[in-house]
Design a protein around this ligand. Structure first.
Ligand code: B12
Length: 215
């Protein structure tokens, strides 16, 4: 039987070489991909963040943990993608990480979960300026724009991006949803004027479905 705690430990310690085999064994043994992601891999990243904050580890260790998580997710990805390919497209989402911020793991997980729930998702990357969110949303006919922000220094960029969308011709047509460790529901909705906020990838799907009147 697979040792799920070994997956958490591998992400935590950045043991990239071990992760593929550990995740594959767990999946072969019938582990639920969502449980692997939410209860083991994300938990490990939270611990990594806490150790970084406490100055017990530094950027290189945080980077190794991130790469290990990404490698583990690559094993799980085809399973989640297969779920999405069987569904009808229910809406279009444009998603990116705000200007100045290069964090992409959480955003990419949200992309995966939305795709596996039948959304057409356009991932416009990281370090995205406000005007690019607007241009891409217009060009791709988005129903929803998702903003990811992990750094508190990104707060002004979240605000500016929501404002750019709300002051454009997309106002009233496109909903804006924010997420990421730096953004609270109060900041997103009350301060910035976004339509919604979600705490994780599962909540992101629910929130977007609700905003689009799908559930
Ligand atoms: C991995 C990591 C890195 C990696 C990123 C690799 C990558 N490719 O993404 C590297 C090493 C590059 C990095 C760099 C930095 N980091 Co960093 N990083 C982290 C860490 C440990 C984990 C982030 C992560 O991937 N979590 C796992 C994912 C799954 O969770 P998540 O991102 O929160 O996403 C979930 C939800 O938030 C939500 N969500 C996310 N996006 C969206 C979008 C939408 C639309 C919705 C609805 C939901 C949603 O759903 C996701 C899935 O469940 C965090 C700690 C933390 N607690 O967040 C620090 C952290 C974010 N980093 C931090 C810092 C300070 C930095 C640096 C400035 C460090 C430095 N001195 O250089 C740089 C900044 C670089 C830059 N310009 O962006 C701080 C930020 C502090 C702050 N208050 O601003 C944190 C909080 C660490 C800490 N506790 O101090 N980092």
């Amino acid at each position: 039987m697979a040792d799920l705690n070994a997956i958490k430990e591998a992400v935590n310690k950045g043991k990239r070489k071990d992760i593929t085999g550990l995740v594959q064994t767990a999946l072969d043994d019938g582990a639920d991909p969502q449980v692997l992601i939410n209860e083991y891999m994300i938990d490990a990243m939270k611990e990594v963040g806490a150790r970084f904050e406490a100055k017990k580890i530094f950027v290189p260790e945080m980077m190794m943990a991130a790469r290990t998580m990404q490698t583990g997710l690559d094993v799980i990805k085809p399973l989640l993608e297969a779920q999405g390919s069987q569904k009808e497209v229910v809406g279009t989402v444009v998603i990116g990480t705000v200007f100045g911020d290069l964090h992409d793991i959480g955003k990419n997980l949200v992309v995966l979960m939305l795709e596996s729930s039948g959304f057409a998702v356009h991932n416009i990357g990281e370090n995205v300026p406000p005007e690019t969110f607007v241009e891409k949303a217009r060009e791709l006919g988005a129903d929803v724009v998702g903003l990811s922000s992990l750094l508190t220094t990104g707060d002004p960029h979240v605000k500016a991006t929501v404002a750019a969308i709300k002051e454009s011709d997309l106002a009233g047509k496109v909903k804006v949803v924010c997420g990421g460790a730096a953004v609270t529901p109060k900041f997103a909705v009350e301060t910035c004027g976004a339509d919604g906020h979600a705490t994780d990838a599962v909540d992101a799907v629910k929130t977007i479905q609700k905003l689009m009147g799908l559930n």
